[in-house]
Design a protein around this ligand. Structure first.
Ligand SMILES: *Cc1c(COP(=O)(O)O)cnc(C)c1O
Length: 354
């Protein structure tokens, strides 16, 4: 980072924090007092503003509502035992936001605008960062087109914003997931690798069908053959097979998850064999039946690690074994958690101190 960014701060008159029940936080339903708003116009990012969190007004012809130039990120901040504000790998989120931006013909956000805007916002709303175990501040950076124009073309104006949600633990019980063999999330040449809003809109209907069948989530398979496991919801999928960590390689159909790459790095540092390779549904369900698939879990910021109990495929449920107390997914969760909270030395340079 080179320049220091001027940020205009318009603080709230009275905090809403007393109205929030921090013992019963529902994910994504509580919003901290302030938000960051940065406008892009005339080919340049304008002075970042921090203003009270609340509704914004826009034209019904605002382009993002019609043509989908809308991208987002998700990351978490923690309060350490010594009261420091720690953010897990925010530069990676910044870099990924800009990858999504390029694919969607949107302007890239300068690193200093992202990092200094985020830091100022977290400092101002520091009281909102829960310090209890399992709790954190979920950070939602996002960008959308704002031109008032009817026509499919890149917008000339955008808003980049960040708001923050204090959150408790995400998932509680191990998941039942269904292998999806009809609908698709992403195809080669498409936008699956980007965190753009439309990807999630398209996932709702097939997910709803799976929920009606008694599952929690879908396992997406590749668009061309439906034979290979890709990812699930907003999580990458990982498996321990014969003591080897197996996950699909990233490419243009898979989101390059920061939790995924953190888990892979830790496994490698622990000397565990790691394979980034295609895994067929056949190999997966046969492995579960044979007992060679020891663990299956989702990896993503919201849940960190979400263990999978059951895989449904073609009307049959395949049951994973109970997680052992020394299961890899448990140990890696503890490791990531300790690093995020500053309880363990951050040898890999993952933690950003505000
Ligand atoms: C956000 C997301 C992930 C997980 O990424 P993290 O950086 O670990 O949070 C995985 N898959 C999809 C589709 C996602 O949107």
């Amino acid at each position: 980072m080179t320049d220091t960014v001027q940020i205009e701060i318009h603080p709230i008159e009275k905090s809403r924090i007393d109205a929030v029940d921090f013992d019963n936080l529902v994910f994504g339903r509580s919003f901290a007092d302030h938000m960051l708003v940065v406008d892009y116009k005339d080919g340049a990012w304008q002075t970042p503003q921090i203003v009270p969190y609340g509704p914004i007004s826009f034209s019904p012809a605002m382009m993002s509502l019609h043509y989908g130039q809308a991208i987002f990120e998700g990351m978490k901040a923690y309060k350490s035992e010594t009261g420091d504000i720690l953010v897990f790998r925010p530069h990676d989120n910044w870099a990924r936001l800009n990858k999504s931006a390029v694919r969607m013909c949107m302007p890239e956000v300068p690193e200093e605008v992202f990092m200094e805007g985020l830091s100022a916002l977290l400092k101002l709303d520091a009281a909102w960062i829960p310090a209890k175990p399992g709790c954190s501040m979920y950070i939602r950076p996002f960008m959308f087109s704002t031109d008032e124009y009817v026509g499919v073309t890149p917008s000339k104006t955008y808003k980049f914003m960040i708001f923050n949600c204090p959150v408790g633990a995400y998932y509680s019980k191990p998941l039942r997931v269904k292998v999806e063999t009809q609908y698709i999330r992403a195809a080669h040449g498409g936008v699956g690798f980007s965190k753009n809003a439309g990807n999630y809109g398209g996932s709702l209907y097939p997910t709803q069908l799976a929920i009606q069948e008694g599952y929690d989530q879908i396992i997406w398979t590749d668009a061309a053959s439906h034979q290979f496991v890709e990812e699930a919801g907003t999580m990458n999928l990982m498996f321990v097979i014969n003591d080897t960590l197996v996950t699909a390689p990233t490419g243009d159909t898979i989101l390059d998850g920061i939790t995924r790459k953190s888990v892979l790095q830790i496994a490698r540092d622990w000397g565990m064999p790691v394979e980034e390779r295609q895994l067929s549904v056949k190999e997966l369900v046969e492995g579960i039946e044979a007992g060679t698939v020891q663990e299956a879990f989702g990896a993503g910021t919201a849940a960190v690690i979400a263990p999978i109990a059951t895989v449904g495929f073609e009307g049959k449920d395949y049951q994973l074994p109970e997680r052992a107390t020394d299961a890899f997914s448990k140990r890696v969760y503890e490791e990531i958690n300790d690093i995020r909270l500053g309880k363990k030395t951050d040898e890999r340079g993952w933690v950003f101190k505000v």
